[in-house]
Design a protein around this ligand. Structure first.
Ligand code: GUN
Ligand code: ZN
Length: 430
């Protein structure tokens, strides 16, 4: 057992329905076999556990591990392209790199870079858009297991309008997905997600194969893109006889509680209604939406329709692995929507980066906050002395103010420790 001492901030109660930030300035967390077994004022917890080793984290703040609900494995090496819209960026930047993952040695290197990026940024759970190549998906799950990360991922599927190397057939899509899903789903911390890339690149036959895998392998997840960009949406409508984008998935049994659709920047009210009725989730990817000029996410409409929303970095259209940056950009986007926006407080940002993600991924019984009974998945934000964030934290007017400074100023360089299931994974163990 270990006793962690520090300032703990988390969001066990949803701030979109009135929950407040839980802030304890000198808290003690007792952790046994990765699970938090006691929590309270340090002096009280210490009195009950006088013999435990103490990890002193009083400088800075301790947050739940971040949950990234949409991030692309093959795009770690192409982060940072500017000046393109979605279909241009896919053609000129993302897809040529994704073709390179056909080579297992190249794919292995990309997986290593990718997982290092997640850990460095404090991400402990992620729904990862995998690769079009099964070997790269195996490599992702294998390396993630070695590091302890909670990864949900799958084979990306497309059978039209992409470079030929990335295309499959409905039969292969079913066979390879089912094989990977049966092997990896609920294998340790791994889970499988059936992953049609987007309806633009998927025929009804491939989407049908996806629906069959979802039916045949109990408990698997489903992820795809939806309603990201006006040109893309118009093309999808043309390819599917004017059906709505959400309907292209829904009619194949692909919209349910274990569905996470990325972006949804331009939904109709009807589509929001369908997502809410099926209890599906949306991954909001604010830096990507800005970088590709996709648009400003209608958060208020999602909240009003009761659609679950969490954050995704969307690396590599998104500009990095940091969910602190995504939180800040989510705040900016809502401010720019003026009267139609939802002014987010720092508590909302922490919720979106942690407990909302855990909920979207069906992991809320294990992670997302630092309550007794949850796993110790945690991020220690401890900036170097004299940096603006260090100064800001030392002069914060309240816990909410300190948290706002973490989102405004924090970067992966300020994350001094990351734990998953009680094991410290940053700094990288010797
Ligand atoms: N739509 C289909 N593929 C992609 C992708 O790789 N990134 C983004 N942002 N949107 C997509
Ligand atoms: Zn994406």
């Amino acid at each position: 057992m270990t006793l962690y001492r520090g300032t703990v901030l988390d969001t066990p109660d949803d701030p979109f329905t009135g929950g407040r930030l839980r802030a304890e300035s000198d808290a003690g967390l007792v952790v046994r076999d990765g699970t938090i077994t006691a929590r309270g004022p340090y002096a009280v917890v210490r009195a009950d556990h006088p013999d435990e080793d103490v990890v002193d984290l009083r400088a800075g703040v301790l947050l739940p591990g971040f949950v990234d609900t949409h991030v692309h494995l093959p795009q770690v090496r192409v982060i940072g392209a500017l000046g393109m819209s979605l279909l241009e960026w896919l053609t000129h930047c993302a897809l040529p790199e994704e073709v390179r993952l056909a080579d297992p040695a190249y794919a292995g290197g990309v997986v290593t870079d990718f997982l290092a990026g997640l850990i460095d940024a404090g991400t402990t759970s992620a729904l990862v858009f995998g690769s079009h190549f099964a070997g790269a998906v195996d490599a992702l799950f294998e390396q993630a297991a070695g590091l302890g990360l909670r990864i949900t991922s799958g084979l990306v599927l497309s059978d039209r309008l992409l470079p030929p190397e990335l295309l499959t057939t409905p039969e292969r899509a079913y066979d390879e997905s089912a094989r990977l899903a049966r092997h990896w789903h609920d294998h340790g911390r791994a889970r499988y997600a059936v992953t049609p890339r987007f309806s633009y690149s998927c025929s009804d036959e491939v989407l049908d194969a996806c629906g069959a895998v979802v039916k045949d392998v109990p408990g698997v997840w489903m992820t795809a893109h939806v309603n990201e960009n006006h040109a893309e949406i118009a093309q999808v409508s043309g390819l599917f006889d004017g059906r709505s984008y959400v309907e292209t998935y829904e009619r194949h049994g692909l919209v349910g509680r274990r569905t996470v659709l990325a972006h949804n920047v331009h939904p109709t009210d009807g589509e929001l209604h369908v997502l809410a009725a099926h209890d599906a989730s949306v991954a909001h990817c604010p830096t990507s939406n800005a970088a590709l000029a996709s648009g400003l996410f209608p958060l208020r409409r999602h909240v009003e329709h009761g659609v679950r929303v969490a954050l995704g970095t969307d690396v590599g259209a998104g500009t990095g692995f940091s969910l602190l940056k995504e939180g800040l950009q989510a705040y900016f986007a809502q401010q720019l929507l003026l009267g139609d926006g939802f002014t987010l407080a720092s508590t909302h940002l922490l919720h979106l980066a942690t407990s909302a993600g855990a909920d979207a991924l069906g992991l809320a019984d294990q992670v997302g906050d630092l309550s007794v009974g949850k796993q110790l998945d945690a991020v220690w934000v401890r900036p170097a002395g004299g940096t603006p964030l260090d100064i800001g934290l030392r002069h914060a007017a309240s816990a909410e103010d300190a948290l706002a400074k973490v989102f405004a100023l924090g970067t992966p360089a300020d994350i001094a420790g990351v734990w998953v299931g009680g094991d410290r994974i940053k700094p990288v163990p010797a």
